[in-house]
Design a protein around this ligand. Sequence first.
Ligand code: SF4
Ligand code: SF4
Length: 417
Amino acid sequence: MEVTYEELVQKSQENYEKIEMVLKKELKEVHLYPEDLEYMDTFGKCINCGLCISVCPVIEEVGINGFLGPREIDVSMVRNVHHVTDQVDVIFKCIGCNACHEICPRKIPTKEIVMFLRHKLLMLDKSKVPTPLHSVMNNFDQHKMFYEPKPIEKRQKIIQRQLKKVGLPYIPDPEKEHADVLFYTGCKAENRLYLMREAAKLILTKLNVDFTMLKDMVCCGYASEEMGDYERRDKLRSELVQKIKKVSPKYIVTICPGCTASLKRIVEKYGLDINVKHMVEYLIDDIGLKNLTVNSNQELVVTMQYPCNLYREFGDYIKDYFKQILENVGNATVKEASISSKCCGGGAYVPLIYPKISNKMLKTKVDAMKEENVKVITTICPECNLSWNTGLHLFDKEKTLELLDLFVFLAALLYSR
Ligand code: SF4
Ligand code: SF4
């Protein structure tokens, strides 16, 4: 819901001063949302320490001349909102990893400010929004998802083939009206990473969880928010909330960190009494490691790709959960790589708009993994998985590295016991 400039000013005395003094002219020309206040509150808080610049992975790859970076965004761009149409290149090079926020002594939410600026661009001049994003918007309008879905028969064939390859059975999607758990797949697993989706479904089935899935998936709005498209985000969210209410679950379990973060915000905003958990949280907190025990005697040394928007948003305990499952259930030896916590390069539309930047980041990661003698990289995020797939395809021609999705690994263990 939009608010007027005057309404927004009324809501905060502190912002009133800032808006009056600095931003009045600019902000009168753009549409404002209540949540914009949150970001406006950080305007002027930067102490110019430059720490964010030292950790930004995009600057690391392209240099400060290739991407002006978080400090410039937080200090200058927010004060010149109506000039955002001339700075498209800056706001779309941010990969949304939140490394800058993690280190910032003033906790300035650069990623959110970038979304705020992308939103203002969309409002001021939609034609300046990078072309690949227009087809994604079209997919949201047509299919309510990030991707155009494949025809059902083709999709089914791919699923059967992939499951067969890893020796896992196929089970149909549950279609219960009500269940304790709503397993929410997310756009990427629903339309591209079928094996991840099927594996998660198999895990829940094997553990006798009372769960169901949405017959017609609707995106949680995370991907629309990332392009600053708050209107589509809100439309998708309200449609999804209607579907969630019908199921009335106690839990929503996801396999996508972006969906987890987005759904946590949705249940809070709509006042729904539902626990939203990423699968690793659900397995550790609610199923318990002792119920996951399998007698695995395979010798596996693995390292992890930690998903930025899970551990940076909710805490490092996510990393421990990820490791605990690998060690205690998979009997794997976990080897931390120096760049396990560094963004895979797959976020916030950078691979679509600036593939050279995300490929550069991937090359750095592939080279570092090889240097550290890593053999197996595990992921718990569809976006990380897709990125690593690209990275290995491009930069590991000799195939020294293997990519392992934790859910596929776990399903294979559970179905072999
Ligand atoms: S969110 Fe990541 S890519 Fe964006 S400015 Fe911050 S550190 Fe750089
Ligand atoms: S780390 Fe925070 S306070 Fe320091 S320059 Fe960056 S935005 Fe400003």
